[in-house]
Design a protein around this ligand. Structure first.
Ligand code: DAH
Length: 360
């Protein structure tokens, strides 16, 4: 019996010392395996006297169960420890901000484009695009700007090169986003509600002009669109964009070849100590051109002006970015000065959306 007691102490110590599943399996085999210490002793029972067997048998069986339970408990403990180690190793706090903070910023023009897109999406406008190298027809003729029309000269157009002897009109760097009106009408037909933000080019350079700048075009076509809807849409846009409770717009009769009637739109504002306030005061500032789409333009877009009508508008993005964010000089927009970009740029991971506020 002393022998059994020694065996017990020895095996339980081995179980406790096994610190991985393989070591534990070795302990199991040396104790309980076919040729293990317990199994060998059980086999010897046959050669014992009945009295001896009656005490040794139950003792061996009890030891066998005890070792079995100890092995199982040790295996579970090892598995728990392994899982815990893995959880610790793979633990990741997804609520922490990325570090180091991204150093790049969103350019004010991109920010304003994102803001515009969010506002107009909210009132049902999708985004349309067109090429920056545009055909003369899309940029001018289709917009009712005939070859001899003075607007062609006013636009200070950059012309692309044509091979000598090729007498077709050269392509142009688009002078406005209005040609996207034609492309959207051709691609989608009526009814239609799109905005088209993008780059435009004119040969012009001073404190308020750059040869490349940005516009956003708007176009809404349906059976009975009126100027009242144009006015509501623009008011709604300005209120949301300038983040004020109320704005006042003034429509001034004007002329654009692609709209009839046409209006330039001013917004009520004030300047106090060089600070612009939108929505109050005695000043007016022009912010965009607009009107009812000219029948010639609808026709060029493949839309029947007898059945459909609509409004359009075009607005300078750089300018409204300067106004909203108090940026004094347009030229700095395109100089890629890191100090300027860090100062006027926006957090790279914040996308403007209406419920959360446009310019957090
Ligand atoms: N394309 C004009 C420009 O660049 C802006 C404009 C005015 C666009 C009136 C329009 C509009 O769609 O209706 O000066």
């Amino acid at each position: 019996m002393n022998d059994i007691s020694d065996l017990r102490t020895q095996v339980l110590a081995q179980v406790a010392a096994a610190d991985d599943p393989d070591a534990l399996e070795t302990v199991r085999l040396t104790a309980l395996g076919k040729k293990g210490a317990i199994s060998l002793r059980l086999r010897e029972l046959g050669r014992m006297s009945p009295e001896e067997r009656q005490t040794v048998g139950p003792a061996l069986n009890a030891l066998k169960s005890e070792i079995d339970a100890a092995l199982r408990a040790r295996r579970e403990a090892l598995e728990d420890a392994a899982l815990e180690a893995r959880l610790q190793g793979e633990w990741l706090d997804v609520t922490l901000p990325p570090r180091p903070r991204p150093r790049g910023t969103i350019h004010p023009v991109s920010q304003v484009m994102d803001e515009l897109t969010a506002i107009f999406a909210d009132i049902g406008f999708s985004v349309a695009e067109g090429p920056q190298i545009e055909s003369d027809w899309h940029n001018f003729d289709a917009l009712n700007i005939a070859p001899e029309h003075p607007a062609r000269q006013e636009h200070d157009t950059f012309f692309m090169h044509r091979a000598p002897g090729d007498n077709r009109p050269p392509h142009v760097l688009r002078t406005h986003t209005s040609p996207v009106q034609i492309r959207a009408m051709q691609a989608q037909g009526a009814p239609l509600r799109v905005i088209a933000p993008g780059r435009v080019y004119r040969m012009d350079m001073d404190q308020t002009h750059a040869p490349m700048f940005h516009q956003v075009e708007g176009l809404a076509i349906d059976r009975d669109i009126t100027m009242a809807q144009l006015k509501w849409t623009l008011e709604e846009f300005c209120r949301a964009f300038f983040e004020v409770d109320a704005v006042e717009l003034r429509f001034r009769a004007s002329h654009f070849p692609f709209t009839e009637p046409s209006a330039e739109v001013d917004i009520r504002c004030s300047w106090q100590d060089g600070q612009l306030k939108i929505g109050e005061g005695d000043d007016w500032m022009e912010i965009l051109g607009s009107g009812m789409v000219h029948p010639h333009v609808l026709r060029a877009g493949g839309i029947d002006p007898e059945r459909w009508q609509g409004f359009a508008f075009g607005m300078g993005i750089d300018r409204i970015a300067m106004l909203k964010y108090g940026i004094p000089d347009l030229r700095a927009f395109f100089e890629s000065d890191l100090r300027w970009l860090r100062h006027y740029g926006f957090a790279a991971l914040d996308l403007p959306d209406l419920p959360a506020g446009l310019s957090r």
